[in-house]
Design a protein around this ligand. Sequence first.
Ligand SMILES: C[S@@+](CC[C@H](N)C(=O)[O-])C[C@H]1O[C@@H](n2cnc3c(N)ncnc32)[C@H](O)[C@@H]1O
Length: 317
Amino acid sequence: MSTNTNASDFSHRSVLLDETVGALRVKPDGVYVDLTLGGGGHSEAIVKQLTTGRLICLDADTTAIEASKIRLAPYLDKITFVHSFNDKIDSVLDDLGVGLIDGAVADLGVSSYQLDNASRGFSYMQDAPLDMRMDEASPLTAYDIVNGDSEEEIKRILYIYGEENYATRIAAAICKRRAEKPVETTAELCDIIKSAMPEKAKIGGHHPAKRSFQAIRIAVNGELDRLSVMLGKVIDRLKPGGIFAVISFHSLEDRIVKTAFADAARGCTCPPSFPVCVCGNKEKVKIITKKPVLPSEDELSVNPRSRSAKLRVCRKL
Ligand SMILES: C[S@@+](CC[C@H](N)C(=O)[O-])C[C@H]1O[C@@H](n2cnc3c(N)ncnc32)[C@H](O)[C@@H]1O
């Protein structure tokens, strides 16, 4: 499958940049983690504030790392780049000999570069082989799911990860088509999705394939499972007073972030009638954003892709 991994073409406009990095209250000698390096926008704003501090940047996509090395060239002595999915953050820190950290940022999902780079197969707007892997070395592609998973599993993926009302019809249409020949490209998948949806569902609103493509991308990259694991691990690695800022882009992600923060902010859950605590739960964080921070009108006008962004921040106790 062909891929175009030209780091010099990388472009991504950072979302909620000032709000996110401002919330971190970067200490010049602190240790920070960017869990989703992408184009390096959040990383740049953090590393600029470091003197003796250190920034550890993770991305599953090697193209993001190569592009950011160019953007962040003036600061390379303060940065460690790690090619890894971020749910491995504990072993990444262990391998680097880092114990606790002063702060972390996660800006979830895919970058504009990944979406715009047709050959990666993330976009329903451009024809490409069905791929959608953030890490091009991962074994599972969108092709495997579309052509290999059972109809029931495809329906589940579309319904749960895409919140797609026509999941049943779309899954059936995919399986019918692939019985004739494998579905090879994003354009073919798009046609199948559109043909399975009633006309009224295709008028106005989002592109008819948006939800299905989001769902398959989430499944290919294990995004929601990784997110839950990553959130818990990062909270455990924060120093007292350390800040964790997370930007999500759809309701499923936001619900996971909100729940993880709320669980970590909850202390003892024993009934009030219990004389002593038996659950052992301790408050780990204070939630800084009672409501998520949303992009300003100004940001929305220059970056429509920020439309669905939500920032949540917590501080370790
Ligand atoms: C929205 S972009 C980040 C943009 C970045 N904050 C900036 O300002 O340029 C998300 C990046 O995170 C990476 N990514 C998403 N989920 C990941 C995960 N679970 N582990 C590692 N990298 C991930 C993607 O490959 C992508 O490059």
